[in-house]
Design a protein around this ligand. Sequence first.
Ligand SMILES: [Zn+2]
Ligand SMILES: [Zn+2]
Length: 341
Amino acid sequence: MSIIRQDPTTREWVIIAAERNRRPHEHPRPVRTGSQPPDTGFCPFCPGHEASTPDEVLRVPDSGGTGWAVRVISNKFPALGVGGGLERREPGPLFREMDGVGTHEVVIETPSHERSLPLMTDREVAHVLRAYQARYRSLRRDPRLKYIIIFKNHGEAAGTSLAHPHSQLVATPVPPMLLRRKYEVAVAHYDDTGRCLYCDIAEEERKAKSRVVLETDRFLVFHPFASRVPFETWITPKRHQPSFGQVSEEDLRELAPVLRRTLRALYDRLGDPDFNYIIHSAPAEDENKDYYLWHIQILPRLTTIAGFELGSGIYVSTMRPEDSAAVIRDHEQATAVQGSA
Ligand SMILES: [Zn+2]
Ligand SMILES: [Zn+2]
């Protein structure tokens, strides 16, 4: 069982999961961007190896040869586990810790070892989004879990240890400090204006146009005003909705092509870059408040985060978001023209 400890200087929580040391490729190795982990021959996520993965918690069926389109399993080396309670312990006057209660699941996005999200069909991406949402809604019912985050690491520089396309879902018993801080800012904006900061930002980006790359009836895709890294991309719904668990089936059907096209444009223009994406939602108990908007944040890993960023929390991006947005927007328009020809 892992433990969760609080850093007394920042009040941030740290998960200490010593079991994860047994993970594949545990030793630090130099990382090149754009590279997939080495092929070790046996892939536990490929069809035919279902018995070698931990418990399956969800299967999206498919009539194809493998019988499944998406599988969700427990993480073999979880950062957090289902046992334990929420009591805080104080091993010293300044030190606070608790059991590593939570869940850590892996979403195997496709039976195909090579078919990453940018190369999928809209229907396949929709299957993945439905699996995310089904697990989100299910975990949401456990009152011990305060915050659910869905994320994807693509490529070695983004932290992948297995090449087969997959994403992850972690539910924690404490809201992360970063979210708390964002929340305080959003609540202050709400107190001042009576409006949701995130909806206001999306509307301002939509009006400014210069950082927008794609707009559909229900979604807006843009490179944020203060992008942390080149080509940082946000996908936001145009209607206020705090949690990804609340997204309707109609919205999911429209989100699938929006996400696929966004990832495909980055894939085409940047040559299959390593990236992370995160689906941010409000904490479980704040799902019906007026001041947070679920959104997808995509962070291409084109540059390395180093001492200055780690020491100061200040990112140095080497590109204006107006310029990166123009590159992607032009690509979108060119491929849209091709598609209609
Ligand atoms: Zn595989
Ligand atoms: Zn909103």
